[in-house]
Design a protein around this ligand. Structure first.
Ligand SMILES: [Fe+2]
Ligand SMILES: [Fe+2]
Length: 221
C-alpha cells in the first residue's frame, strides 16, 4: 500500500445514513434533548463497528485489508466516537448526572467512563498492531482481529447500557431546562473543541467502507 493511500479520502457519498447528520447544517441544532443527540451519534458509531467487525472477519480468513481503510476506521473511532461523542458525555452529561443523581447516576457514570477508558486502550493497541498486521505478520494480524472484535463488542454493550439505563435516567434526573442547556453545551463542544462538520466529514468515509466490507460480505454469502 502506498504512503499516499494512508491519508483520509474526501467524503464520496453526500447522501449517507439519512440520520441527523444530513438533517442539519453544521451549526444548526433542531433537537434539544441531549439523549436524542447521543442516540443519533450511536447509530453512526454502530455503522463503524460493523465495518470494524467485517474487517476482523477478513483478517481471520487470511484476506488482505487495505492499510488505508484500517487507518480511516481508526481515525474515525478516535475523532468521532471518542473526541466528539465521548467528549460530550464526559465533559457535559456525566458531570451533570453525577450532581443530579449522586447514587445511581454516579455509579452508572463510573462504569461508563471505565468502558470509554477500556476502549481507548484497545484503540491504542489496534493502532500499534496495524503496521505489522499489514506486513502479513500472522501474530499481529490475529491480535489485531481479536482487539477489533473486543472493541466492537465493548462499544456495542456500552451503547446498549446507555440506551437502556443512561438515557432514561437522564430524563428522570435532569429537568427539561437543564437538558436543553446540555444540548447547547454539546453544540459548543462540537464547535469549539471537536470542530464543526466532523459528522459530515466522516459520514461519507463510513458509507464507502460499509459498501466495501459489510455489504460486500453480505453479497458474498
Ligand atoms: Fe459513552
Ligand atoms: Fe454514547
Amino acid at each position: 500500500m502506498s504512503a499516499d493511500a494512508l491519508s483520509l479520502r474526501p467524503a464520496a457519498h453526500p447522501n449517507g445514513f439519512g440520520s441527523i447528520l444530513m438533517d442539519r447544517g453544521p451549526m444548526v441544532r433542531v433537537m434539544t434533548e441531549p439523549s436524542e443527540i447521543l442516540r443519533e451519534e450511536h447509530e453512526v458509531i454502530q455503522h463503524l463497528l460493523h465495518v470494524l467487525t467485517a474487517m476482523a472477519e477478513r483478517v481471520d480468513r487470511g484476506e488482505a485489508v487495505a492499510r488505508a481503510d484500517v487507518d480511516d476506521v481508526l481515525e474515525i473511532v478516535v475523532k468521532f466516537a471518542d473526541e466528539c461523542h465521548h467528549a460530550k458525555e464526559e465533559k457535559a452529561l456525566f458531570p451533570a448526572l453525577r450532581l443530579a443523581s449522586p447514587q445511581e447516576g454516579a455509579a452508572l457514570v463510573h462504569r461508563l467512563e471505565g468502558d470509554h477508558e477500556a476502549g481507548r486502550h484497545l484503540v491504542a493497541a489496534m493502532r500499534s498492531e496495524s503496521p505489522a498486521a499489514e506486513s502479513g505478520d500472522p501474530k499481529a494480524r490475529s491480535q489485531f482481529a481479536k482487539d477489533a472484535r473486543s472493541y466492537a463488542a465493548l462499544l456495542t454493550r456500552h451503547i446498549d447500557a446507555e440506551t437502556e439505563q443512561l438515557f432514561p435516567l437522564v430524563e428522570r434526573a435532569l429537568p427539561a431546562k437543564e437538558r436543553a442547556a446540555l444540548a447547547d453545551e454539546f453544540d459548543r463542544i462540537e464547535r469549539e473543541e471537536t470542530g464543526a462538520g466532523v459528522h459530515e466529514k466522516y459520514e461519507g468515509t463510513i458509507h464507502r467502507l460499509a459498501d466495501r466490507y459489510v455489504h460486500a460480505a453480505a453479497h458474498a454469502r
